[in-house]
Design a protein around this ligand. Structure first.
Ligand code: GUN
Ligand code: FE
Length: 427
């Protein structure tokens, strides 16, 4: 029998975009991995269950990072003085080539997972490298940690340095080997098909990956319309397609299975229509978009059109793994977009962005990112007593203060799928 227990504290989450649900000094009842409900008082049937009383702390859903590059953790904060394409050549590809080395990969990947844990990122969608052995290692390390993740072996067979280029055949075979081995291996860690982006994958490779995604019924993640230099290169590679999105679509990689496209800054109206039609997820990474001079994604417009959006660190284009930091820069990006659009694209509130950082991205994982009934219990306990307060704040104000001025030290506990997760340990 799975245990029923409750956590007690000041509960705040978002069921809908932009609207907080708040229960001060309330209980979340959890049965196994799932939530039974949020209550002001425990009802008769729960009278004797174990209660973890977190006092005056906030209890919020765990953060979801919808797009990041695990090997680039080693480059965090380095080399952010170039645009996307030269940045990949100068800093990123040389670093990613090192992940044929299992010892090096283990060191970086373990450390990354510990930092994700520290910052309260309970679920993430992760790019590894082209190397199959260390991609498997990354999945095993995530599984050991108890955090949830989709992890993809990256595919690259063209326009990449020799030291980071696969043959089409090896790329597809290695991907399929991972899908065979890992689709059913773990409950919280799953493989995802991961063509890097059109410039580094021939159409033949993209098509083969689309077929694998369909055959194994696994999701897809890639990059779309991030940067001017990238887009003009894609146009020169595929003049036969009317836009970037249609290339993925033609290969079965655009929403035929659940699909995340990172960035989507420069998407045109036809691409937005296709994204709506095929239920695409957009991973929004403002830190990366600022650092690599890519621009500001039209998030308000995408959300209004019904596109699913989650927030993402995109390290090491982004310089911070903290989803609190990503929420903050998403707000700043939206403010500037508002001004730039002559005050048409309304800014995004903390409640809007908190939704995107929890349930918005969480939907990609199933019932994740909210405290509604039947949702998996992913939660953070926030002790904000060290944040200066010169009057009494509401729970909503305390959440804002934590996001804008707090840090990982305020996160006292992390739960994933009903289990309390302790700091990952090397063994
Ligand atoms: N497009 C293709 N590869 C990458 C990457 O590693 N980072 C970012 N930000 N964009 C990409
Ligand atoms: Fe990326």
């Amino acid at each position: 029998m799975e245990e029923i227990f409750a956590v007690k504290g000041n509960i705040i989450f978002t069921k809908e975009f932009g609207k907080y649900e708040i229960m001060e000094d309330g209980y979340i009842v959890v049965h196994g991995k799932s939530i039974k409900g949020v209550y002001k008082e425990l009802t008769e049937e729960y009278r004797n269950i174990r209660v973890e009383d977190y006092g005056d702390s906030l209890i919020i859903p765990g953060f979801v990072d919808l797009h990041l590059h695990a090997p680039q953790f080693a480059n965090l904060g380095l080399g952010l003085d170039k645009e996307l394409m030269p940045w990949l050549e100068a800093y990123t590809f040389p670093e990613e080539s090192k992940y044929s080395d299992v010892h090096y990969a283990r060191k970086v990947y373990f450390s990354l997972i510990r930092e994700l844990w520290r910052f309260g990122t309970t679920r993430s969608c992760v790019f590894a490298t082209i190397h199959k052995n260390t991609t498997k290692l990354l999945m095993d390390l995530f599984a050991d940690s108890g955090l949830g993740a989709y992890v993809g072996k990256v595919n690259m067979n063209r326009n990449s340095p020799d030291y980071l280029t696969e043959t089409t055949e090896a790329s597809l075979n290695d991907t399929e080997e991972i899908l065979e081995e890992y689709c059913g291996k773990y409950e919280l860690v799953k493989p995802i098909v991961t063509p890097r982006f059109v410039p580094s994958c021939s159409f033949e490779l993209l098509k083969g990956l689309g077929e694998l995604a369909e055959k194994y019924n696994v999701p897809v993640q890639s990059h779309l319309c991030e940067n001017y230099g990238e887009i003009s290169f894609v146009k020169s590679l595929h003049p036969e397609y009317k836009n970037y999105a249609e290339i993925y679509n033609g290969a079965g990689l655009f929403g035929d299975v659940p699909t995340i496209m990172a960035h989507c800054i420069l998407v045109d109206e036809d691409e937005i229509e296709l994204m709506v039609k095929k239920d695409l997820y957009v991973a929004h990474s403002p830190n990366s978009n600022f650092n690599l001079s890519s621009g500001i994604a039209p998030i308000r417009r995408l959300v209004s059109r019904g596109v699913s959006v989650g927030l993402a660190s995109d390290i090491s284009g982004g310089h911070s793994l903290s989803m609190m930091n990503v929420i903050t820069s998403s707000a700043q990006a939206a403010n500037i977009k508002w001004i730039e659009s002559n005050r048409v694209d309304q800014p995004l509130s903390t409640a809007d962005l908190f939704y995107l950082a929890t349930k918005g991205g969480g939907k990609f994982f199933g019932k994740v990112g909210s405290f509604e009934e039947d949702y998996e219990f992913d939660a953070l306990v926030i002790d904000d007593r060290n944040i200066p307060a010169f009057r009494t704040f509401t729970v909503e104000e305390r959440l804002q203060k934590f996001i804008y001025t707090g840090d990982d030290r305020n996160i006292k506990e992390r739960y994933v799928s009903g289990k309390k997760i302790s700091e990952p340990k090397v063994y």
